[in-house]
Structure formats: C-alpha cells, structure tokens
Design a protein around this ligand. Structure first.
Ligand code: ZN
Ligand code: ZN
Ligand code: ZN
Length: 262
C-alpha cells in the first residue's frame, strides 16, 4: 500500500495570492503547496481523499486516470470545490464513483453540488455532462468500517472549530488527519504505534480550527507513529526550516510526496 500527497497546502494554497513573504517568494519547489488531498493505493484500490480546487492539476501531475472512491473529510471549500474534475474520471471509466462522508458532510456538499450526485433510480445517458457520484454515508459508530476493493477503511471524528471532520485509517497502517484542532484521547489510543500518520499542522501560531506545530508534535509524541507527515501547511512554514525543527520520525509533506508502507 502507498499514499501520495497530492497537495499539502492550506485553504489559500502557498504561495498565497498577493503575499510577498519569504515562503511565498521562495524558489524551493517544496514551498509550493496546492490544497490538501492525497491518494491511497493498494493492489486493487485507488482511494482519493477530498476533491480540492487544484484537483485537475494534481491528478495530471500524479498520472492518475482512475479512482475507485472519494472519501470526504468535511465540506469546506478547499476540500470540495474541485468536485467537477471527477467528471473526466467518470467519463474514462464509464461509471459513477462512490463518495463517502459523514451525514453532515454529504448534506453540506449536496447543498452546493446537488447536480453531481446521482438520484435514486436515475439513469445517466452519458458520463460527460456532469460528475456522477453516489453518496455513501458513513455510519457514526466508530467501530463501523468500510471496505473498498478489499481495502479496509476505518473512520473517526475530529474537532475542527465548531465543525466535526472525519479522519481515516487504511488497513490499520496509515491514518489521515487533516483539519482538526482537537482529537479525543480514546481515538489517539486507537492510533498508537501506527505506521504512518498524515497530520494537520497549519503553522506556528494558535488557531481556532487547526493544529499548530507544538500541538501537532505533542499529538505525535503521544501516538508514536513510526512516521508522521505534516499537511495543510500555511505560508508560515518554510520546508527546510521545518525539517530542522521536527524530530527524526516527522517530515513536512510536499506536493507529490510518495510513501510506501509495505
Ligand atoms: Zn482545509
Ligand atoms: Zn506568504
Ligand atoms: Zn476545514
């Protein structure tokens, strides 16, 4: 199993439009961050995490022409508004794509993008005119898990300001936690010793809806993953500087980063 970071930037992306800070002006390719997304690949499954506004370029850069399902973490614009770019994948595979999320997440996405979801009993004449998603609601019971082409996917709740986001665990080896400022201790217990934890780290400052570097590092210290990769990073974080500030098992993510777990 492997995971590719398609994007690791916060909602504005890095560089941010109009900003002239050192990170935004940096020539380091690892300081160029598109909006947060990743793709998990096992022998039989390709699972996309969110559909950010940069999705088309991310799929092209990663050479991805097929996915089996989308897992939504929540309905914020930076995680959803590339939804139309799934249309090309529908067209290539000539079938709908299952889109998983919590009841709240799917409800909020449908408020904005109802046309992208197939209605009950609806037959499509083609797979080009609009995205074709099948909404699949995740049960709230945390013991519940789903299976996508043989890959076990568990999910858990995270606090993101006044919202709840969904974290995911793939085959008990990779956990994905973007957009949170708090995770309950019983969830952290269940993540202990995991092979890889992709984790929110917005910047250095305190933030009402995101984790910052000190907070993220304390979560990592508690969970003790073999490897942790930071994501959803803002222009506060310079890649090279951050690399020096993080412990041996913690790496800043970068767009295109590929991590093999087997
Ligand atoms: Zn976000
Ligand atoms: Zn900047
Ligand atoms: Zn968010």
């Amino acid at each position: 199993m492997k995971i590719r970071i398609l994007g690791c930037g916060t909602s504005s992306g890095v560089p941010m439009v109009g900003c002239a800070c050192n990170v935004c002006r940096s020539n380091n390719i690892r300081n160029k961050r598109t909006r947060v997304s990743a793709i998990v690949e096992s022998a039989d499954a390709k699972i996309l995490l969110d559909t950010p506004p940069d999705l088309r370029m991310q799929l092209l850069s990663a050479g991805i022409s097929n996915i089996d399902a989308v897992l939504y973490t929540h309905a914020h614009a930076d995680h959803v508004h590339g939804i139309d770019d799934l249309r090309s994948i529908n067209f290539m595979k000539k079938s709908p794509i299952e889109a998983f999320g919590s009841a709240d997440t799917l409800r909020l996405i449908k408020q904005r993008f109802d046309y992208a979801f197939i209605k009950k009993g609806e037959i499509l004449n083609n797979y080009w005119t609009r995205p074709a998603l099948i909404a699949k609601e995740l049960m709230s019971d945390k013991e519940d898990h789903i299976c996508i082409n043989g890959l076990k996917v568990e999910h858990f709740k995270q606090t993101h300001g006044n919202q709840t986001t969904t974290g995911y665990i793939f085959d008990s080896k990779i956990a994905y936690s973007t957009d949170f400022n708090h995770i309950e201790v019983n969830i952290l217990e269940s993540l202990k010793g995991i092979n890889l934890w992709i984790i929110d780290c917005l910047g250095y400052d305190n933030h009402p809806t995101h984790s910052n570097l000190p907070n993220t590092l304390s979560y990592i210290k508690y969970v003790e993953p073999k490897l942790a990769v930071l994501t959803h990073m803002s222009h506060q974080l310079d890649y090279d500087k951050l690399l020096e500030e993080t412990p041996e098992n913690v790496f800043p993510g970068y767009d295109g980063m590929l991590i093999n777990i087997d």
